[in-house]
Design a protein around this ligand. Sequence first.
Ligand SMILES: Nc1ncnc2c1ncn2[C@@H]1O[C@H](COP(=O)(O)OP(=O)(O)OP(=O)(O)O)[C@@H](O)[C@H]1O
Ligand SMILES: [Mg+2]
Length: 261
Amino acid sequence: MTPGAPLVEMRGIVKAFGAVEALRGADLTLGVAEVLGLVGDNAAGKSTLMKILTGVHRPDAGEIVFEGRAVAFHSPRDSRALGIEMIYQNLALAPNLDVVGNVFLGRERTKRVLPRVMEWLDERRMDAETRKILDRLKIRMDSVRAPVARLSGGQQQAVAIARAVSFNARVVVMDEPTASLAVKEVGKVLALVSELRAKQVSVILISHRLQDVFTVADRVMVLRGGRGALDTRIGDTTMDEVVKYIVGADTGGLSHLASGR
Ligand SMILES: Nc1ncnc2c1ncn2[C@@H]1O[C@H](COP(=O)(O)OP(=O)(O)OP(=O)(O)O)[C@@H](O)[C@H]1O
Ligand SMILES: [Mg+2]
């Protein structure tokens, strides 16, 4: 990979669900250790674009390039193999399991008591690995043995992030991570996003809260009607300008640049 080259490039992504054209030639680039804010009105195509990046949906047209190589994802497993993880809005945690149980859900570490006959869960090892990940992300948690249902929204978000990181994620996609959080917790989740970037993990942050995007993102991209309307460094724009591109007032979008499409 050439230095400074994007980690992820999505080009001309088209996706229709029946008569609904969710994406109509969307482009996206993401750098190494970059936080990209992905914003847009309801139904603009944000979640769909991310589900294509994470192998949930296949695009009708367009290409995905990862580290300079064209890739095709047939399932979330394929994108996970490259280190792309998505945290959904509902977090997909198991509320009755504790923190450790959630981090290792579906791939529990075992130790062999009698090879091929008896396998026990290696609770100590999972416990230690979970603590290591939490420490690395500077997440403070009183007990990794508390059922996650008893944690606050922000702590649950932290568990979901720890789980993503435990897969050696290089890209973490978060869909509205702060939407249902108390004000006090929003800052903590945004600090976690910065911490991921400091660990060389890139983040795509979908949010309707522009203040979050302006607090933590390096770049912001606006989707409107299934296409890019604005893509700029945070320092080169303002919330007012971004809002204009979201609602589409008098901007014309980037469609005038995308001739031939
Ligand atoms: N599985 C699906 N089947 C049919 N239509 C879908 C499906 N997923 C998304 N759509 C449609 O595609 C369009 C884009 O939806 P998408 O969820 O990507 O928007 P979004 O930008 O994430 O919106 P929001 O901010 O409300 O989450 C919408 O019109 C939506 O109804
Ligand atoms: Mg969405």
